[in-house]
Design a protein around this ligand. Sequence first.
Ligand code: FES
Ligand code: FES
Length: 158
Amino acid sequence: MFNIKVSINVNGINYCREIDPTVRLIDFLRDELKLKGTKEGCGEGECGACTVIVNGKTINSCLMLASSVNGKNVITIEGVSYKGKLHPIQEAFMEVGAVQCGYCTPGMILSAKALLDKNPNANEEEIKVALSGNLCRCTGYKKIIQAILLAESKLNNK
Ligand code: FES
Ligand code: FES
């Protein structure tokens, strides 16, 4: 198998690389770009730990080939904070105590961000739907939903 050239924008930076066309997006992010915030849980599209945003939509990076996001914009958890400050969703997760082991947290935050970018007044039901692909074994989800509602009020009061 020979390598192919891709140009992928990750967190606002364009990366032109020659890659194995069978490499998964999660491995491209973690191994090639050293962005270790994206987590692998199941590796089968079930847990959402590997969630990233591609052109505004959440996807499971364990199921996607890096070559299939050629020319697209990817946001990982490393691209959510800005100017060295936490994003209001990250602040809210900390304030409410929505993080325990933290393994699901990057994926949860990216799912929340994709939702609030489109629907800044999402209600609890809409939040539950947006998080339906993200599993958390620790928190029971209540605090995560509470955190996203708090993040909405932070974002809407800016
Ligand atoms: Fe991708 Fe579980 S690691 S969905
Ligand atoms: Fe541990 Fe969610 S905080 S899996």
